[in-house]
Design a protein around this ligand. Structure first.
Ligand SMILES: CC(C)(COP(=O)(O)OP(=O)(O)OC[C@H]1O[C@@H](n2cnc3c(N)ncnc32)[C@H](O)[C@@H]1OP(=O)(O)O)[C@@H](O)C(=O)NCCC(=O)NCCS
Length: 164
């Protein structure tokens, strides 16, 4: 992180870290679906610790879950002091993002499933299903509250919304 990345308080601007989170998640989603994937939603972004100018920042992303056309990507960002080799990198940001695989016209297209390989993958997969149910329920509730007239998408009517 450089002096160009600071906020008014002298630590690294959250938006700089959000872009990093989105970029690394996009790469994971694109690799998973073998093509273009766009960010549909970002939620549960948590800034755990401030990042300082000079910190070496590493971002790790994993596709936790995939539905018909969407994928949930989990991101973990860690930072280490540039001049200290004896300290363990600290967790600074965590986030969950939803990406949708799209075709050349920008319309959603099917993506390949996630096949958990380890117990940790399985845990992430199951927890992603919980988050998805909550996301879609929240969206439906807000749309209903606003009296939004648009016909619900297939995913909103059950099916994938109930767990992919
Ligand atoms: C993302 C986008 C392609 C979705 O198009 P859409 O017509 O709303 O698609 P659908 O309603 O059929 O939903 C497609 C999938 O995304 C999921 N989805 C869409 N919006 C979502 C949201 N806000 N939260 C969670 N999932 C969402 C649906 O559940 C569905 O998942 P499934 O196919 O795995 O069951 C469209 O909204 C879009 O182009 N948004 C702009 C993207 C963008 O510009 N991002 C920033 C730059 S990359």
């Amino acid at each position: 992180m450089t002096a160009a990345d600071v906020n008014l308080y002298g630590t690294v601007h959250g938006g700089v870290l959000m872009k990093l989170v989105d970029d690394v998640a996009a790469a994971a989603a694109a690799r998973h679906c073998g093509g273009t994937a766009v960010t549909a939603a970002i939620d549960e972004i948590v800034f755990v610790e401030p990042v300082r100018v000079g910190d070496l920042v590493h971002a790790h992303a994993q596709v936790n879950w995939a539905g018909h056309t969407s994928m949930e990507v989990g991101v973990r960002v860690v930072a280490e002091r540039w001049d200290r080799a004896d300290e363990t990198p600290i967790e600074v940001v965590t986030a969950y993002l939803v990406f949708v695989g799209v075709d050349a016209t920008g319309r959603p297209r099917p993506v390949r499933p996630v096949l958990p390989e380890t117990a940790e993958d399985e845990r992430r997969f199951r927890e992603a299903e919980i988050r998805r149910r909550h996301r879609l329920a929240r969206r439906r509730a807000i749309q209903a509250h606003r009296g939004v007239g648009r016909a619900p998408a297939p995913a909103d009517r059950g099916g994938h919304a109930e767990g992919g």
